[in-house]
Design a binder for this molecule. Sequence first.
Ligand SMILES: CC(=O)N[C@H]1[C@@H](OP(=O)(O)OP(=O)(O)OC[C@H]2O[C@@H](n3ccc(=O)[nH]c3=O)[C@H](O)[C@@H]2O)O[C@H](CO)[C@@H](O)[C@@H]1O[C@H](C)C(=O)N[C@@H](C)C(=O)N[C@H](CCC(=O)O)C(=O)O
Ligand SMILES: Nc1ncnc2c1ncn2[C@@H]1O[C@H](COP(=O)(O)OP(=O)(O)OP(=O)(O)O)[C@@H](O)[C@H]1O
Ligand SMILES: N[C@H](CCC[C@H](N)C(=O)O)C(=O)O
Ligand SMILES: [Mg+2]
Length: 488
Amino acid sequence: MKTLKDILYKVSLTSTTGDMEVEVKDIVFDSRKVGEGSVFVAVAGTQVDGHEFIAQAIQKGAKSIVCEALPGELNKEITFVQVVDSAKALGVMASNYYGNPSSKLKVVAVTGTNGKTTCVTLLHKLFMELGYVTGMLSTVENKINDAIIPSTHTTPDSVAINQLMAGMVEKGCTHCFMEASSHAIVQERMAGLTLAGAVFTNISHDHLDYHGTFDDYIKAKKKLFDELPKDAFALVNADDKRGMVMMQNTKANKHTYGLKYPTDFKAKVISNTLQGLELDINGKQAWFRLIGEFNAYNITSVLGSAVLLGEEEDEVLMQLSKIKGANGRFDQLVVEGITAIVDYAHTPDALENVLKTIQGVRTGGEKVITVVGCGGNRDKAKRPVMAKIATEMSEKVVLTSDNPRDEEPMDILKDMEAGVNPVAFKKTLVIADRREAIKTACVMAEKGDIILIAGKGHETYQEIKGVKHPFDDFQTVKELMQLIHTNK
Ligand SMILES: CC(=O)N[C@H]1[C@@H](OP(=O)(O)OP(=O)(O)OC[C@H]2O[C@@H](n3ccc(=O)[nH]c3=O)[C@H](O)[C@@H]2O)O[C@H](CO)[C@@H](O)[C@@H]1O[C@H](C)C(=O)N[C@@H](C)C(=O)N[C@H](CCC(=O)O)C(=O)O
Ligand SMILES: Nc1ncnc2c1ncn2[C@@H]1O[C@H](COP(=O)(O)OP(=O)(O)OP(=O)(O)O)[C@@H](O)[C@H]1O
Ligand SMILES: N[C@H](CCC[C@H](N)C(=O)O)C(=O)O
Ligand SMILES: [Mg+2]
């Protein structure tokens, strides 16, 4: 059992009151989960301020409290620790509590609007193929070697990160590849971690509801690089306007990748089909099972990360060319000559890239039918933009629900419709029920046509007013395509 003093190592303290040798059973930042002997860390959030729940935490058995502002009256039985930043303190405490697992692994964090899951999944699979025992933290799933631990966030909270990494160390992992969401960076979920490297994929419109301005969104991503140690590597996409901005203040070793300019890791697309990509990558020709130019970026960043971690380039390319991407990213199904594609594109940039890829591989007279929605309780500004892209780049569009969460589906759809040019309304249907929307697309499709179902990718649920209802785009379209188009 660790004491409070043990786990406060390296935390910036303002004041302490009470016994610092008090034993800590677990670290909890949600008063509802406090048990006998927990230390409760009060963090100010987006909805409420954790400081409001200090009394409740004590009532439930917390013996020590870590907070930024002390309560008016201090319970003499309890140890109070005042800190400068409780979210940061939580990260450092969680690292100490679990024996600083990140310092025993080579941890690479990938940030960027799009491509994080794809890159960490490729890295995880690659390092397994290279013979390492490897961990991964991602939107789709967390992994300790082959074992899957369900994921609730793109980047888990600090306690969960360290608990998972401790599990990785215990199982003999040498590497961990993790996604760093901008929310997580701002909320200090990664405070206290030791990183071997960080990768920047790209930045485009998303999450302005949370960050307020695009500048603050850029700053959030840059913070990951600002805080890297000097023995780590920073690897950025030089083709993105903000790539070099990320590295402006980093102490880490700077590296670049891309398709357009001379960079440390450079690729050129030789061919791009629905079967895969052929690249000239660092002067070598190789074939990959991923689709679309945007995946040429992901592959090049993965090659770069692996080489910067000390791997041999030819071996990396050989293994990488066998690997498939993450579930729900450009998953294809062909029934009676109709192709259905399920993709997690949930930002304007991703949707445009996927539709560009489809435009690039289509042969002529076929229709592209896009089914797309936007999530509730998320950035409203991206809604009209995504609808505009869908209608400009497809022959038919069905606007539908994504995860409405606490919003009314028709309100979200109204926001989307605002982006549709009046002429494009002729080819646009609005069907809130996602299954019905997919069904309509299947009915409209004829031999040769391509249906894109965007936004939910690997997700196996639809979140409506706090309840996650089972829903799987790929299973739904598979079932409906077979029902509608086979044995006709
Ligand atoms: C907007 C956001 O990021 N919210 C995250 C944040 O919660 P919050 O700041 O809203 O918390 P809050 O409800 O205000 O509560 C403040 C504090 O009081 C505590 N509390 C609250 C109530 C109570 O009774 N007792 C109590 O102690 C809470 O535990 C918390 O510590 O901190 C929580 C703990 O880490 C997260 O679970 C929560 O994620 C919510 C569920 C969420 O939906 N987050 C999304 C937006 C998110 O983080 N997404 C990114 C990926 C985005 C992308 O890349 O596309 C991700 O990393 O997953
Ligand atoms: N490098 C890239 N550039 C632009 N778009 C991409 C790139 N990689 C993937 N995409 C698109 O973005 C979608 C999401 O990809 P991925 O899941 O890898 O991103 P992510 O950054 O993990 O997203 P999230 O923020 O939800 O965690 C893909 O389905 C694809 O449409
Ligand atoms: N990580 C992203 C996922 C969005 C996926 C989309 N299906 C939605 O629900 O908006 C987020 O939390 O904003
Ligand atoms: Mg992700």
